[in-house]
Design a protein around this ligand. Structure first.
Ligand SMILES: NC(=O)c1ccc[n+]([C@@H]2O[C@H](COP(=O)([O-])OP(=O)(O)OC[C@H]3O[C@@H](n4cnc5c(N)ncnc54)[C@H](O)[C@@H]3O)[C@@H](O)[C@H]2O)c1
Ligand SMILES: [Zn+2]
Length: 399
């Protein structure tokens, strides 16, 4: 299993293992190392926003703080965050932008940057990104470039952000040529995931976010995958204990991977499982297909590719399908999705090398296929003909 501590036996193998925070029941901490060799903590637990001043003091001391969040998240949670910070005597400003992926743009980056300049924020300022993945990426990119870089603290509020995007240091914006094509690696000083904040998250956003947790189970921990399926009804209701459990395990898995390969030179590719086809389907739908759904379909189809190649244990695709269904996520592309467009997009994918599309394949649920024993090859070329066949067999796609 690609569990964080079974990957290797080097001293940093303890990285990516959650431990309880002494004196704070229910709070867990996972350390993530960056390519520069330093490390930042991810803390997960219910109600831990109140720990923020203490953690800022420890990890991100600044002359002043600027909270950046989208309007929807700010409406629910800005007041509480502001109170926590002001009660601790910290200087805080808040800046908002309209919610939605369509605002993760250079225009919004420029507007937010200009606002910080107008506020007179200097190099001794610190950005607090309060929100989902859009906020984390956009505010993170503002921080990465503001006066050549100021610290950012990630305060994820969606499940996507808690289990995935707040950890790993990728920031950026979308451009007309594609999503996430302009950005920077800018690891946070600290990630604080207060699972209570997910109470206001719409059910559909929960479903979508949990797909990334399914991916973590698929690539690293078969038992975890089974646990997600079992807890699905409670997770969709937003039951706190189950939500915290899932966030902690996903953060462990993601932290274990990005700590070893922040810049996607090798191992980090495993996080692309389901995403190669997922991105192609999203693009073919002109981004009408939600990301989680696209990745769920992508994982099922990529598992099927592996099964057809004789690499992946038979039944794996069905297993992933069952987990996605339990989370109320569709597992087939919507009728009428243009197959040729998806195939065209695959050819232009960043992961194409030497004209062949490469895929992360599984041996079985919880284990990524590595080629010959000990091989560092985390992705494998798949014949275009087979990709076409598997896409066609997904049922709802017309040619
Ligand atoms: N940097 C990375 O490594 C990485 C990884 C995965 C995804 N991403 C990015 O993340 C983005 C998707 O993230 P997302 O799904 O969180 O999108 P999002 O930030 O747009 O959040 C989804 C919606 O939920 C709302 N929301 C968030 N938290 C809420 C809460 N607690 N209560 C009520 N409403 C809330 C938001 O206002 C928004 O309308 C994409 O842009 C994707 O590219 C980045
Ligand atoms: Zn994803």
């Amino acid at each position: 299993m690609l569990t964080p501590d079974s990957l290797d036996t080097t001293p940093e193998a303890a990285v990516g293992v959650a431990g309880p925070v002494p004196g704070h029941p229910g709070v867990y901490r996972v350390m993530v190392t960056t390519s520069l060799g330093d490390a930042y903590p991810v803390e997960v637990g219910p109600g831990i926003l109140r720990r923020l001043p203490e953690l800022l003091e420890e990890r991100a001391q600044a002359h002043r703080y600027v909270v950046i969040g989208d309007k929807q998240v700010m409406r629910f949670h800005a007041h509480r965050l502001g109170t926590v910070l002001e009660d601790a005597g910290l200087r805080v400003d808040s800046v908002e932008f309209p919610e939605g992926e369509e605002h993760k743009t250079r225009t919004e980056w420029a507007r937010l940057t200009d606002t910080l300049l107008k506020l007179g924020v200097g190099r001794d300022g610190c950005v607090l990104a309060l929100g989902g993945g859009v906020t984390g990426d956009l505010a993170g990119f503002v921080a990465a470039t503001y006066m050549r870089g100021v610290p950012v603290v990630q305060l994820p509020t969606s499940l996507v952000a808690m289990v995935d995007s707040s950890v790993g240091g990728k920031t950026g914006v979308d451009v007309p040529a594609g999503k996430n094509l302009v950005g920077a690696f800018h690891p946070p000083r600290l990630v604080l995931a207060d699972t209570d904040l997910t109470r206001t998250l719409p059910r559909a956003e929960r479903s979508q976010g949990l797909v990334e947790a399914v991916k973590h189970g698929a690539i690293a921990d078969g038992d975890y995958l089974a646990r997600i399926q079992e807890l699905a009804p409670r997770l969709l209701e937003g039951e706190e204990n189950s939500t915290a459990q899932i966030v902690i395990r996903s953060v462990e898995i993601k932290a274990g991977v990005v700590s070893r390969d922040e810049r996607e030179g090798g191992l980090r590719q495993v996080l692309n499982f389901g995403h190669t086809l997922g991105h192609a389907l999203e693009a073919a739908s002109e981004y009408r297909l939600p990301h989680g759904t696209a990745v769920a379909v992508g994982m099922v189809l990529e598992a099927r590719l592996g099964e057809r190649l004789g690499v992946t244990r038979s039944g794996t695709a069905r297993h992933l399908e069952a987990v996605a269904r339990a989370l109320d996520v569709p597992v087939a592309p919507p009728p009428g999705l243009p197959l040729e467009k998806a195939l065209d997009h695959l050819k232009r994918d960043k992961k194409v090398r030497g004209g062949e599309v490469r895929f992360v394949l599984l041996d079985e649920p919880g284990q990524v296929h590595r080629g010959e024993a000990g091989s560092e090859a985390w992705s494998h070329p798949v014949p275009a003909r087979l990709v076409r066949e598997v896409l066609q067999s997904s049922g709802s796609v017309d040619d």
